[in-house]
Design a protein around this ligand. Structure first.
Ligand SMILES: [Zn+2]
Length: 441
């Protein structure tokens, strides 16, 4: 991490969504000759460069024209131990878990391996422009600590927690409820609210959690303020049927979590591809958010996400990459996939670039309770941003030479920009990643 200078004015075209474009058609703001004024790591101004220049004559300008400034991306669902199982195509959820993901997750018992993966995982986040993430840790407390230490060392904004399960996985991934409580409590004490870290209580899913483990989650949330909660919900039809068999008293999948007070503000439920109308109604009134993971949903054949039904019911939605059920770390790609699947989903929505930017930034901040801190360039927020500049010979550079319309420019970035175009990433004004034509320095 490179410390930020006390004040600077960055000059480049910029985009952000300070409001929700699903509710406000003017939510996308763009400045073709934009300025982002940063003071002590916070956004002090955002708008036309010339006006900011005139009003702040003593501040040095950093000329970044040729590229674009966007708020840092926020990934609301991803699994740290699954980095090395990305690309396992051809399986559905339960089969994929058993044969591909869980054997790899068991390797997290080896602490030196976990430390190595943790560093690579955090580097993969920032090198794709992700400045905040809600992450499933490992089933092992030391490996989860390694992840949180790596995030803290890199300065990344992260909420994560030890994954809790006590049945139906592999025996080495199970914890007795007492141990789950003890280990989680120690991790909370050590990491919760340390700099940019938040602890997230993380039962894997109802399928691998007994009532006793869910009670532990409830107790942890009662005992500590400001924790987040994350789990999976309604991802796959076989999973849903199995949950119904395991919890015969529950009227639906969500009711399992609700029984223990876990459907609440600060909860992020991953996937929710197959909800009932009644579940959506309750999610909306509880304040819980849903992490939509379109790459994973397609790769595992889990289904098409009913975005319109979620939004009509008033459920907050953000985006997640779901490494390694998904296809990588790129939130630009994830947002593009959301667009593509909505184009073919029954009752799908036609998303424009402003929707994609919101889903990849401010929506994530809202889901993680960070709305006042990050997600857009409103003054007072942390200066968390991505500088995107396509390589000179790339198709994106060619498209942008021709494109004059800001919405078209942003759409081209979502369609064509990969990690090769991510040149600099900053959190609270400090550089957490920088590259030159493919190399990292
Ligand atoms: Zn997941």
């Amino acid at each position: 991490m490179i410390a930020a200078p006390p004040g600077e004015l960055l000059r480049a075209p910029l985009f952000h969504t300070p409001r929700n474009p699903f509710q406000d058609s003017s939510a996308l703001e763009s400045f073709s000759d934009g300025g982002l004024l940063i003071r002590d790591g916070r956004v002090a101004g955002c708008g036309d460069y010339a006006a900011l220049r005139a009003a702040n004559p003593g501040v040095a300008t950093v000329d970044l024209r040729g590229g674009f400034l966007l708020p840092g991306f926020i990934d609301t669902h991803t699994h740290f131990p699954q980095l090395r199982v990305l690309g396992g195509l051809g399986r559905s959820l339960l089969d994929w878990l058993e044969h591909r993901a869980l054997p790899e997750e068991a390797l997290m018992a080896d602490h030196s391996h976990a430390c190595c993966v943790a560093k690579r995982f955090v580097h993969s986040l920032v090198s794709h422009g992700t400045t905040a993430a809600l992450v499933f840790g490992a089933h092992f407390a030391p490996a989860t600590a390694a992840l949180l230490e790596a995030a803290d060392a890199a300065g990344v904004r992260m909420a994560a927690g030890q994954v809790l399960s006590d049945r139906n996985l592999r025996p080495e991934l199970h914890q007795a409820p007492e141990r789950a409580y003890r280990e989680s409590s120690l991790l909370i004490e050590r990491f919760h609210r340390r700099r940019r870290l938040i602890y997230a209580v993380t039962p894997r899913f109802a399928l691998s959690a007994s009532e006793a483990i869910l009670e532990v989650c409830q107790t942890l949330l009662r005992e500590h303020e400001g924790l987040l909660f994350q789990t999976h919900l309604n991802e796959n039809v076989r999973e849903i049927a199995e949950v119904a068999r395991l919890f015969p008293w529950a009227s639906d999948y969500l009711a399992v979590y609700e029984r223990f007070g876990l459907g609440r503000t600060g909860a992020v439920m991953a996937h929710n591809i197959h909800p009932t109308a009644f579940e959506l109604e309750r999610l909306a009134s509880s304040g819980a958010a849903v992490a939509h993971c379109p790459c994973s949903n397609a790769a595992l054949g889990s289904g098409l996400f009913p975005l319109r039904h979620h939004l009509n019911a008033g459920v907050r939605c953000a985006l997640g990459t779901d490494v390694g059920g998904g296809t990588g770390f790129g939130m630009l790609k994830e947002a593009l996939q959301a667009y593509l699947l909505q184009r073919i989903a029954p009752d799908g929505m036609l998303l424009h670039a402003g929707h994609l930017l919101y889903l990849a930034t401010l929506a994530g901040a809202e889901a993680m309770g960070l709305r006042d801190e990050t997600g857009d360039f409103r003054p007072g927020k942390s200066a968390d941003f991505v500088y995107i500049r396509p390589p000179a010979e790339s198709p994106l550079a060619a498209v942008l030479e021709r494109e004059q319309n800001p919405v078209g420019t942003l759409a081209a970035i979502f369609t064509l920009a990969g990690s090769e175009s991510i040149r600099e990433v900053r959190i609270e004004g400090s550089v957490v990643y920088r590259s030159d034509e493919g190399g990292t320095r």
